[in-house]
Design a protein. Sequence first.
Length: 276
Amino acid sequence: MSTMPQPDQIDSRTTNTPSDQPAVSIDGVGVRFRTKRADVVALRDISLEIPARQFVTIVGPSGCGKSTLLKLVAGLVKPTEGSITMRGQKVTSPRSDIGFVFQRAALLEWRNVRRNITLQGEMRGLSKRETALRTDKLIEMTGLKGFEDAMPYELSGGMQQRVSLCRALLHQPPVLLMDEPFGALDALTREDMNVELQRIWQETRTTVLLVTHSVAEAVYLANRVVIMSARPGRVLEIMDVDLPDNRDYSATMASPEFGARTARIRSLLGARTAAD
């Protein structure tokens, strides 16, 4: 018998990890890739815990292994050393209990918005009724109401990423992984999507691990920011973000607390300007 919550409940608090157990534990992880020319050390001695129901962001220089770290958590890449545990179980193969949002929405061009979202339910064997109810809820939550029949080519980049987010959340994953989800968007759309994602996280409380190159985005969205070094990637610092959960974008950006945290991260990364 299925132990899934009722289909009209899109609330990851019913399926997430108990608050006293980390959603993800990464212990002494290192990754070495063998190439034709030499061995490349991508990550070295990474240890951190992702608390259940928190929003954690990872920021660091290009090529420092941020995306590799997400793939490790997803079970798509195996560590050379160390181990990863998700919800008390060691990660040894691709996980089916995660959601993954990539930089590009990767929607099926021959399916409309609704059918791109319901694809997740079809692949996982959810009932049509359950899939339909969850899809309706997510469409309303993400502001896609009225666009259910639109084709991907009719949508802006931001709207396409909303569809991708709905698809990733349909099966109510306890952990959502996001790899530069707004990197291809223009600055204004990216700000709007930051606000929307923060609001959606408030509603679902899904544990989120998001990779970004933007220091401002990392601080605005997160309860905790992981700052990584250049390759081989190491954890330089794990910064708690003591800002209100409900964050007004303009007020947050203008606050002294926000400025202090972004300045600290840029200092760690060796940045000489305030630009992301």
